[in-house]
Ligand binder design. Structure first.
Ligand code: NAP
Length: 250
């Protein structure tokens, strides 16, 4: 499929896991992809190399999306005339967990998760819509989680960040729809990445037994949903949260 040809896409946290799969999927459909990462430089460069080996175009960009100045510099550089000159697709995927029961959770663990997951999404949206509004087109896809819909014990910080993303997605969708920009969210269920790798076998088995389709999701399951929402075929969809979880939450 080449429905994203000539589109410039930025994927935050594109070096590993779900973000990596999104970068590969968008590139396979013709988009030029900027692979943002915070610390995994080698992994980000491997994603770029894999895209280029498949005939696509990509570059890696280091920035902590929780840091306002670094976000501004990244967008300024991407949208400069010497670089890509614009941005068509923004995927806010970077995320982290710092799980604990509320009695044991430190305020700094709450703040870190809200900053990396929620505030970063707001910052990147705010910066990207500046360019998209001028062009009167653009797609933003925010990665939330089923935890933001259903909740999960031990994840009060993470659930708050992901529920916040759903509300932000709807509000921004209403705000920028008159300028031809769509804003949607994708809510993965239980997906096999570094983020879930350390969970105990007991926890994993419990989670899988609650999934009607009987298996964990793969990063590629999420990536194809994101690519659809970024594609012209989804141009009449905005403000929605697409749950991709094998039926876990319905
Ligand atoms: P992962 O394997 O831990 O990868 C996280 C990615 O985010 C890495 O590329 C990491 O880059 C990047 N990142 C983290 N903090 C960043 C920051 N401040 N600035 C820039 N990049 C940053 O996680 P994942 O499982 O793929 O999760 C991706 C997204 O899906 C997250 O938003 C997560 O909440 C969501 N999600 C995951 C699951 C699941 O089951 N895995 C379920 C629902 C939702 P570096 O390595 O360079 O730090």
């Amino acid at each position: 499929m080449s429905d994203l040809i000539r589109k410039i896409a930025l994927v935050t946290g594109g070096s590993r896991g779900i973000g990596r799969a999104i970068c590969l999927e968008l590139a396979s459909r013709g988009a030029t992809v900027i692979v943002n990462y915070r610390s995994s430089e080698d992994a980000a460069r491997e994603v770029v190399a894999e895209i280029e080996a498949n005939g696509g175009t990509a570059s890696a960009w280091q920035a902590d999306v929780g840091d306002e100045e670094q976000v501004k510099d990244m967008f300024k550089s991407i949208t400069s005339k010497e670089s890509h000159g614009t941005i068509d697709i923004l995927v806010n995927n970077a995320g982290m967990t710092r799980d604990n029961v509320i009695m044991m959770m430190k305020p700094e663990d709450f703040d870190a998760v809200i900053n990396t997951n929620l505030r970063s999404t707001w910052l990147c949206c705010k910066t990207a819509v500046r360019t998209m509004m001028r062009k009167r087109t653009g797609s933003i896809i925010n990665i939330t989680s089923v935890v933001g819909i259903a909740g999960n014990g031990g994840q009060t910080n993470y659930a708050a960040s992901k529920a916040g993303i759903i509300g932000m997605t709807k509000s921004l969708a209403k705000e920028v729809a008159p300028r031809g920009i769509t804003v949607n969210a994708v809510a993965p269920g239980f997906v096999g990445t570094d983020m879930t790798a350390d969970l105990s076998d007991e926890l994993k088995e419990g989670a899988i037994s609650a999934i009607p389709l009987g298996r964990m999701g793969t990063p590629e399951d999420i990536a194809t949903a994101v690519a659809f929402l970024a594609s012209p075929g989804a141009s009449y969809i905005t403000g929605q949260t697409l749950v991709v979880d094998g039926g876990m939450v319905m």
